[in-house]
Design a protein around this ligand. Structure first.
Ligand SMILES: [Zn+2]
Length: 464
């Protein structure tokens, strides 16, 4: 059988409803990891929902305790055809964010799959149940068409991505051999446009921290003490104003990336524009010399997530004793995570803001990762998508947001290829989460094509 035959087998899965029946089953499991002590609701995804699908694919599978007591078990499955063949590691997460049942549109339920036109609603349909299910079905299509895959595949499923992937890093570090592979090919996050496949190879990092000005206990009457007592909110505001200029351009030298190379700029230049985005972007915000795509995918951005002084809900006529701001730096590769806060400290001191405390927040930093789009595995994926859809995909060196990609890129040392099957309007993490049926069907084709090409001796792909 041919590549074309494999693609048409995949199409049938969507048109005859088999894909949607499987997705309905997965979405019906209320796997909300953000609810405390919810392991009893999470485990059945690994012990009941996935095993029949994995058995059908000829996978063996096993459950593994999480090294972090805050985390649920991991599922590792594999289908090893021949150790001489390349091995793909894939990944997905079966947990979802809070269902928010009361906030969904009339007629919709988070844990029931509901089609309305091209939209198919359900919590986890996009993030991430639908995405890893598409990949499993694509593997099945290749096995049906070819009789085997022609490569080996390993699959890692976690149930804690929405709470920061507790234990994932340690689990990967302790199981390098079990998870060893030649490449990671996985799906999560949105495409830039629903009808054009996106390939991304890493993620920006993120580091949150607090800036605090604690001057004295309690507040003091502003008539009696104003002009005599220093105001912590004004000190904090002045300190913040030295971190960026008035349009948000970063002024701390060590926070300004050096990794926006001509090759990365060229890749970003071919992405669709932000015209018509919702919300509309502010053209006069951010680094003036950069394009919008360079600002979000190729540069660092500083944000004040929240700030407070006094009692915002019930202000009184008093000089507050404290002010604080929760801040975040999103950063690309080349910005050393360990150096971010020391650079900030040095900068604040140099501007006379010794009173402003820098307090790291729990959870630490998400490291930044990126794979050059010229990497042979990236080129393999791009060529394969073109062969399926007849047009080049959108290629991102890294996402603007964060993913636990560092576990695969750094801990396991793999080239990482992400092929998202959702789109930016999918309402993930919000009421009315949905996928587009047309996008899912095309994504099924794209993944079947990639897996077909990987097992095809005639198609050039990177050496093992
Ligand atoms: Zn999510």
């Amino acid at each position: 059988m041919s590549r074309t035959a494999a693609l048409s087998i995949c199409d049938t899965l969507f048109t005859d409803g088999r894909f949607w029946a499987d997705l309905e089953q997965l979405v019906s499991m209320e796997t909300e990891s953000q609810k405390p002590d919810n392991v009893d609701a999470l485990m059945p995804y690994l012990t009941e929902a996935l095993p029949p699908l994995l058995q059908g694919l000829g996978f063996t599978w096993s459950l593994h305790d999480n090294p972090d007591p805050a985390g649920c078990a991991f599922l590792v499955a594999e289908r090893i055809e021949n150790h001489a063949l390349p091995t793909v590691l894939s990944y997905g997460h079966g947990d979802v964010t809070h269902g928010q049942r009361q906030d969904w549109q009339e007629g919709l339920e988070p844990f029931a799959l509901t089609p309305v036109g091209d939209r198919v609603y359900g919590r986890g349909s996009a993030d991430n149940k639908g995405q890893h299910l598409i990949n499993l079905h694509a593997l099945a299509c290749v096995i049906e068409a070819r009789g085997n895959l022609g490569f080996n595949v390993k699959l890692l499923i976690e149930m804690g991505e929405e709470i920061g992937s507790p234990g994932l890093h340690a689990f990967c570090a302790a199981n390098r051999e079990m998870l060893q592979a030649d490449v990671l090919i996985a799906s999560d996050g949105p495409r830039l446009q629903p009808d054009v496949p996106t390939v991304f190879m890493g993620a920006r990092g993120g580091l949150s921290f607090e800036l605090r000005v604690d001057l004295r206990d309690g507040a003091h009457h502003s008539g009696n003490w104003g002009g005599l007592l220093a105001d912590p909110a004004m000190i904090l505001a002045q300190a913040l104003s030295t971190i960026t200029d008035a349009r948000g351009q970063i002024r701390i030298p060590d926070w300004r990336p050096t990794s926006l190379t001509p090759a990365i700029r060229e890749t970003l230049a071919s992405l669709p524009s932000f015209d018509g985005s919702d919300p509309a972007i502010d053209p006069d915000w951010g680094e003036a010399d950069l394009t919008p795509a360079e600002r979000v995918f190729g540069w660092n951005s500083f944000a004040v997530l929240a700030m407070q002084s006094g009692k915002p809900d019930a202000p009184v006529n008093a000089i507050s004793g404290h002010a604080s701001a929760t801040c975040q730096l999103r950063y690309v590769v080349g910005t050393g995570a360990d150096n971010i806060l020391p650079s900030l400290r040095k900068h604040l001191d140099a501007h006379g803001f010794q009173q402003v405390e820098v307090v790291p927040m729990d959870g630490g930093a998400f490291p930044a990762t990126r794979l050059d789009p010229s990497h042979p595995w990236a080129q393999f994926a791009i060529r394969s998508i073109e062969a399926t859809t007849g047009a080049p995909p959108h290629v991102l060196p890294n996402l603007g947001g964060s993913l636990p990609n560092e576990c695969f890129a750094e801990v396991l040392g793999l080239p990482t290829i992400w092929m998202p099957h959702s789109y930016r309007g999918c309402n993930q993490h919000a009421p009315n989460e949905h996928v587009l049926a047309s996008t899912c069907q095309q994504a099924g084709q794209v993944m079947t094509g990639v897996f077909w090409d990987l097992g095809d001796a005639e198609t050039p792909h990177p050496p093992k």
